[in-house]
Design a protein around this ligand. Structure first.
Ligand code: G1P
Length: 289
């Protein structure tokens, strides 16, 4: 029996420079895909996977996200008064149960590993999930839920993976694969952003992790890695002799919403997947040169 995963960490302190001026005041995780902010997709994916405690590691724009996940009494009252039931439900559904969502500030942008370390008191010795809202997965069954199933089979540390073109290995954490059954790959190591010529494989981490609390021991040391940042990948690598590491090839399509192309493509794909929007979206796109 593995310890269940009840907690999730959402690192949301990035500057979002690729999306300026949209992200001048608003955190990039509040950018919308169709009609929902990226952070809400990530929180809903976690809820669907059985997570019931959430921590957002924020930088700027904390208040916007705090308000987003709170009740909006005035708005809700007006929607109720006007009989806008669907809209009211969409607004009410956003708020997790009281006390289930917390916020902590990263204060300085020292890397993804540092952001996770900032959530150490929340993690408090339990296994935990990490979701990077930039990576949006369109799937019949949520990506994290698929990972929880795999975790029930093999335990340890699990990352969501997909194959990338070799020339892109320097954008990702890359697994050094020991065994691979086509769905789960057991890794003997993992390396952050290797040059294509040095990459041990092309199996790359996308922003979903299930991790054991032991990874924090490395993060406590504040050692820097690739790009001079404190890397979560290095913390996972550091535990690999003691804690099995598996990559799950999830079923679904991942969009890198940290890039303009990925963000626009996700909007089209998510809109096209909606019954009420599909045909009009397609007609509109066909009309664009
Ligand atoms: C981070 C991780 C990297 C992972 C990637 C997934 O990199 O450090 O290992 O592959 O997310 O999106 P970043 O995109 O923050 O540079």
């Amino acid at each position: 029996m593995v310890n269940p995963v009840r907690k999730a960490v959402f690192p949301v302190a990035g500057l979002g420079t690729r999306f300026l001026p949209a992200t001048k005041v608003m955190p990039k995780e509040m950018l919308t895909i169709v009609d929902k902010p990226l952070i809400q997709y990530a929180v809903e994916e976690a809820m669907d996977a059985g997570i019931d405690e959430f921590v957002l590691v924020t930088g700027r724009g904390k208040h916007l996200m705090e308000d987003h996940f709170d009740h909006a009494y005035e708005l809700e009252a007006i929607l109720a008064e006007r009989g806008k039931e669907l809209e009211l439900e969409a607004v009410e559904r956003v708020a997790p149960d009281p006390g289930k969502m917390s916020y902590t500030r990263q204060r300085r942008p020292l890397g993804l590993g540092h952001a996770v370390w900032c959530a150490r008191q929340f993690i408090a010795g339990e296994p935990f999930a990490v979701l990077l809202p930039d990576d949006l997965v369109q799937a019949d069954q949520g990506c994290l839920r698929q990972m929880v199933t795999a975790y029930g089979e093999v335990g340890g540390n699990i990352v969501a993976v997909e194959d990338v073109p070799r020339e892109h290995t320097d954008r990702y954490g890359i697994l050094d694969v020991a065994e691979d059954d086509g769905r789960l790959a057991r890794a003997r190591g993992v390396v952050e952003k290797p040059a294509p010529s040095d990459a041990p494989s092309t199996l790359s981490i996308i922003g979903r992790y299930i991790l054991q609390p032991e990874v924090l021991e490395y993060l406590n040391r504040h050692e820097t890695g690739a790009g001079g940042e404190i890397q979560l990948t290095d913390a996972i690598e550091n535990t690999v002799m003691d804690i099995p590491l598996h990559g799950l090839r999830f079923k679904g399509r991942r969009f890198d919403c940290g890039t303009k192309i990925g963000f626009v493509a996700a909007n089209v794909a998510f809109a096209s997947a909606r019954e009420e929007l599909r045909s009009e979206i397609r007609a509109e796109l066909l009309g664009i040169d």
